[in-house]
Design a protein around this ligand. Structure first.
Ligand SMILES: [Zn+2]
Ligand SMILES: [Zn+2]
Length: 251
């Protein structure tokens, strides 16, 4: 009988952003997804809108300042949990992904979401070998050291560039204009490796920016990484010179 029912659909993201109890119900954990919730969208404009809807800002991208101001997380309200070491499985997944990224002509910069949440520089230093994986940031060190005689796998020496295997694709800019680009199709196995890797990173509150060897000229990394979207059944990476794409079932 009452008309006081409040609509709960946050479909129209109006400033200021939603900062409801619901957002904090899960405690500090939800910030793990800061900027990394896998969202499949068709355009860049839509992509930023999706992030904005969630009250997130996008780190390291010029575009993060566009659009109306929305919620910036106050780090003092929910201190994030401490970091933890990698497991053997984590380290192996990271080693294998390293080879896979290299084969697709991709360079990587890892950053720490926990540092980001704490408003401190979020860069990391990565040391990777057949016996150890180590990522250091302002929070400390996440690492795994294999027992003597154990090999974590992954050897860049054995990697061969697979970019030659191309078809044709179209990338759409925010205004809807299409641009034809050579498109490299990822294999299901490589897709599985990358998806597993991104899951490992996310579980350690790390995130990756990837850069194309073919078109990244070494400019400052901020805002020059390729656009990417990874979901369980689709991977899209768009840089200036090509599209890397996979669609299917990764298992
Ligand atoms: Zn950190
Ligand atoms: Zn490129």
């Amino acid at each position: 009988m009452s008309d006081e029912t409040k609509p709960e659909t946050p479909d129209v993201p109006v400033t200021p952003a939603i900062h409801t109890d619901a957002m904090w119900d899960g405690g500090p954990q939800w910030v793990e997804h800061l900027g990394h919730e896998p969202v499949w969208v068709e355009t860049k404009a839509q992509y930023f809108e999706e992030l904005n809807k969630r009250g997130l800002r996008i780190k390291g991208m010029q575009e993060s300042s566009t659009g109306p101001e929305r919620l910036i997380v106050d780090p003092t309200s929910a201190p994030p949990a401490p970091i933890r070491d990698f497991s053997a499985d984590d380290a192996r997944a990271m080693r294998i992904a390293e080879v896979t990224l290299s084969r697709y002509g991709l360079l990587e910069a890892l950053s720490c979401d926990r540092c980001f949440t704490l408003n401190q520089p979020d860069g990391t230093r990565v040391e990777s070998s057949t016996s150890a994986m180590r990522v250091e940031c302002r929070c400390g060190v996440r690492q795994y050291r294999a027992p003597a005689g154990t090999d974590l796998g992954g050897s860049l020496a054995s990697s061969t560039l697979t970019l030659a295997d191309v078809t044709d694709g179209v990338a759409f800019s925010p205004d809807g204009a299409g641009k034809h680009l050579p498109t490299t199709l990822l294999t299901a196995e490589d897709a599985r490796v990358l998806l597993a890797y991104v899951r490992v990173l996310r579980s350690h509150r790390l995130s990756a920016r990837w850069f194309c060897r073919g078109c990244w000229d070494g400019r400052p990394i901020e805002g020059h990484d390729l656009q990417k979207a990874l979901t369980d059944d689709k991977i899209v990476m768009v840089c200036q010179c090509r599209i890397r794409f996979w669609q299917g079932v990764a298992h």
